[in-house]
Design a protein around this ligand. Structure first.
Ligand SMILES: [Zn+2]
Length: 424
């Protein structure tokens, strides 16, 4: 009998989300459910998954968890976050409720520039401990792998400071982290609205330092890819500037991601596809033609409905058309202090099911295997399959559909990260 570290059995359902590739088309809607399921784990990896009857007697486990009355699914992968930032924007939240316009909030010192100010003023340890608290909460809500972007430093030293914080979090927190350089997030105040001059600064000054940093980082050492991202939008970067930033990043060995079509459609999807981007994110105003071309590609549509919800908007991305036409769709929180102060993948899934007509199975695949593929982690996590990292959730209910159905609560009973049971 093979000795294993951990054995889960008697689960009402084990939803594997297993797939050799991201799920798309008909496979997106098919929940791979094993009833009365079991999972064996050793040395942080999944060893076997099957029915309790099949696995019974095959293993000598050091620890056994009886999952009767509960279900089991993969840990969530949050493929788009801005988890590292200084300060908060609670005052701005209240101003907006009272009807203040974007410009009034800017004039009162709010908006993204205020987060840049707080982030620049904060020390590395202040940024790390604030982000660590957020990651603790995300992990308790079932997120086991997190992409984190820079983009509140916007100078060589402040962007490097953010990257070092991201690296420390990867080292010190149980969550696995994937880094993204988002130097082209906003035009910093000292550039006085001159997006062209700042674009050149990102390409010529900041990016080379970031590329050097990556080479000796723990991410490169562990084979974790680095991404380059840009915010292609009014008051941020136009299509030409976005393309130049991404091309320079690709030349430095990074893969492209792009914030596109949040408020305005500049044709960003076509540019992203030309650059073989790993993902295009937001897509709230993306039209049918761009959706059709997305469906023909391997670029993943990362949808962020917590933003629309938080801003009180109803123009959710057309996820139904995207999924029906065969595009690969993922969900993420976009956790940030302004447009999405939300650490919860279950909340995102709840919104997606109600406003974008995801089925529970589609929402789960979008939050696990497809999210993992959007950040180059599809071979490592995002599904319960032999050989993958043992990132597993035991849910309080026996039916996985409770994740989006019973909204506002935490559906996760126990988180298992890299095979470690994080006891509640
Ligand atoms: Zn974002």
């Amino acid at each position: 009998m093979e000795t294993v570290d951990l054995y889960l059995h008697n689960a009402e359902q084990v939803v594997t989300c297993a797939s050799g590739a991201p799920r798309r088309g008909p496979t997106m809607a098919e929940a791979a459910v094993i009833e009365n399921g079991a999972v064996a784990v050793s040395a942080g990896r999944i060893v076997a998954v099957g029915t309790t009857d099949d696995l019974q007697g095959r293993f000598a486990p050091r620890r056994t968890i009886d999952c009767r009355g509960r279900s089991v699914c993969p840990g969530f992968v949050d493929a788009h976050t801005h988890t590292v930032f200084g300060g908060d924007r609670a005052a701005e939240f209240e101003l907006r409720i009272k009807g203040a316009s974007y410009l009034e909030i800017m004039a009162a010192g709010g908006g993204i520039v205020s987060t840049v100010r707080y982030t620049r003023a904060a020390s590395m340890s202040e940024l790390e401990s604030a982000a660590c608290k957020r990651l603790d909460e995300m992990l308790a809500l079932g997120t086991t792998t997190v992409e984190i972007k820079t983009g509140y430093g916007l100078s060589v030293s402040d962007e490097l400071k953010m990257l070092q914080v991201i690296e420390r979090l990867d080292q010190n927190h149980p969550c696995d982290i994937v880094p993204t350089f988002l130097g082209a997030h906003a035009v910093p105040p000292e550039f006085d609205g001159d997006s062209e001059a700042y674009t050149r600064c990102v390409i010529d000054k900041i990016l080379p330092e970031v590329a050097d940093w990556y080479k000796t980082s723990r991410f490169a050492e562990r084979g974790v890819s680095m991404y380059i991202d840009v915010f292609c939008e009014d008051h941020a970067f136009d299509l030409n500037q976005s393309r130049r930033v991404l091309e320079a990043g690709i030349e430095s060995g990074f893969r492209a991601k792009m914030h596109v079509d949040q408020f305005n459609d500049f044709g960003g999807v076509a540019t992203a596809l030309e650059l073989d981007a790993a993902s295009v994110d937001h897509l709230d105003v993306t039209g049918p033609e761009a959706i059709a071309s997305l469906a023909q590609s391997d670029t993943i549509a990362v949808l962020l409905p917590a933003v629309n919800f938080n801003l009180g908007l109803t123009n959710y991305a057309d996820a139904r058309t995207m999924m029906d036409s065969g595009a690969v769709v993922a969900l993420a929180t976009d956790l940030n202090p302004g447009s999405a102060p939300c650490p919860s993948m279950p909340a995102v899934m709840a919104i997606a099911c109600r406003y974008q007509r995801f089925t529970p199975a589609e929402a789960l695949h979008a939050s696990t295997i497809n999210g993992a593929c959007a950040i180059g982690q599809g071979d490592e996590t995002g599904s319960i399959e032999a050989g993958k990292r043992a990132d597993i959730l035991i849910l309080s209910e026996g039916d996985y559909r409770h994740i989006p159905y019973f909204f506002g609560s935490n559906p996760v009973h126990t988180v298992i990260k890299n095979g470690q049971v994080l006891d509640p």
